[in-house]
Design a protein around this ligand. Structure first.
Ligand code: 5AD
Ligand code: SF4
Length: 436
């Protein structure tokens, strides 16, 4: 038998890209590729890219530049660009980086095996279509027999919301929900391979409409699967948070008490300019209802500072919203102008203003996150153990609230959910002891 060919994938950006990278590796597995973590030994390198902010997109070109010596030393090496930069920039990538053999968008990667044939014959291949056929149908099942305890599962792709800052509607296309029976089948396959926790993914996951009752209906159906012990979902839009989902957060025991609910700004003027179609008060009201359903829920969010036209007063409104909600965790970004989006046409704020606001906002969010971490000390939580730690006898897992938790535990705990009492809190992790 010939040696298997080696595939190296570098994944940028969001969790949906992590899922897509797994599916691309599986698709190329059918062509005799096995994954490697060592770039130098690869026969094919795929960069699965992100276009959300300028820095992410530019990083791809600098990484491609760094691959040049490798390609020169190994002319048979094939280099591909996948993901959202591939979708947005297509042929431009091949022009700017002639070492690229293959460009494939997020909706056409089921065609990778045929594209691989074409590049092996010495050609170039480019596919940034939004094809009629469903890529997930073409990709068939999930072939791996053994998996770690956690997995992502994309249930919905694309976005019709057109927030004024965002490239996603252009790179990922219109909102599409996968049929529930296929998702349930994939979830069964994952659980049979050892998965205990599934995170449902979608750019707008709570707009899912492939099951009666929407995302809540799908969650209740997944909760019926024996062996599946935890369910999470991300990322949600406040306007798609329906009552059934709020109720499921309170009532479904397998749904974990962590919610990422981006608000972006606390100023109604800026929310309007962003085309968010909700006000700060509506967001706060929603948070109130969710917390009433599940009081101990850990809330996370995304913030953009320095959106065109943001005044000091607008920024202070965002700070006020943060103080009112008290987030357990959050992500914050300086506004980055993206070509083709409505906000890119507007006058941009000075970089110094963006930097100053981001620093203040992050200081406040960090303070809230620290307080939330510290408040865990003394509490008992479920921890799903995912891997061994660096210290002898140490295992690392995730709490119900998605904190990383370090515990002295036997190796059998791997893949199990055990009760843990939290004894220590560090900035990005917790320490604890087993209590059963
Ligand atoms: N500039 C800065 N941040 C952005 N995001 C999306 N587009 C931009 C942009 N142009 C942020 C939003 C979103 C998260 C995934 O990335 O906060 O929720
Ligand atoms: Fe980046 Fe958005 Fe594409 Fe994810 S969907 S990779 S966040 S641009």
């Amino acid at each position: 038998m010939s040696e298997p060919k080696k595939l190296f994938i570098k994944t940028y950006g969001c969790q949906m890209n992590v899922y897509d990278s797994e599916r691309m590796a599986e698709a190329l597995g059918g062509k005799g590729y096995v994954e490697t973590k060592v770039q130098e030994e690869a026969d094919m390198i795929l960069l699965n890219t992100c276009h959300i902010r300028e820095k992410a997109a530019e990083k791809v070109y600098s990484d491609l530049g760094r691959l040049r010596p490798l390609k020169e030393a190994k002319p048979d090496l094939k280099i591909g660009v996948a993901g959202c930069v591939a979708q947005a920039e297509g042929e431009e990538i091949m022009r700017r980086a002639p070492l690229v053999d293959l460009v494939v968008g997020p909706q056409s990667y089921h065609r990778l095996p045929a594209m691989e044939d074409a590049v092996r014959r010495g050609g170039k291949a480019l596919d940034t279509d939004f094809p009629e056929e469903d890529k997930f149908e073409k990709l068939k099942g999930r072939p791996k027999a053994h998996r770690g305890p956690t997995a992502f599962l994309t249930v919905q792709e694309g976005c019709d919301k057109f927030c004024a800052f965002c490239v996603v509607p252009y790179t990922r296309g219109a909102e599409v929900s996968r049929p529930a029976d296929r998702i349930l089948r994939e979830a069964h396959e994952l659980v049979e391979a050892g998965v205990r926790e599934i995170t449902l993914l979608g750019q707008n996951v709570n707009a899912y409409h492939g099951h009666e009752g929407g995302l809540a209906g799908l969650i209740w159906a997944l909760a019926e699967i024996d062996g599946l012990e935890r369910i999470r979902f991300t990322t949600s839009h406040p306007n798609d948070m329906d009552e059934a989902l709020v109720a499921a957060i309170g009532e479904c025991g397998k749904l974990m008490p962590y919610l990422h609910l981006p608000v972006q700004s606390g100023s109604d003027r800026i929310l309007k300019a962003m085309n968010r179609k909700h006000t700060a008060a509506e967001y706060l009201d929603l948070i109130g209802r969710i917390r009433a359903a599940r009081p101990d829920l850990l809330l996370s969010s995304d913030f953009i500072v320095g959106f065109p036209g943001e005044t000091d007063q607008d920024f202070e409104a965002t700070m006020d919203l943060i103080r009112t909600v008290n987030f357990g965790q959050a992500y914050s970004f300086k506004y980055s102008s993206r070509p083709g989006t409505p906000a890119a046409e507007k006058a941009q704020l000075p970089e110094a203003v963006k930097n100053e606001r981001l620093a203040r906002l992050q200081a406040l969010l960090t303070e809230q996150q620290r307080a939330a971490q510290n408040s865990m000390v003394g509490r008992e939580v479920g921890v799903l153990f995912e891997k061994a730690g660096r210290l002898k006898g140490q295992m690392i897992g995730k709490s119900d609230f998605l904190h990383a938790v370090y515990v002295q535990a036997p190796i059998e705990a791997l893949g199990q959910i055990r009760r843990v009492r939290i004894t220590e809190s560090a900035p990005n992790s917790l320490g604890g002891v087993l209590i059963d």
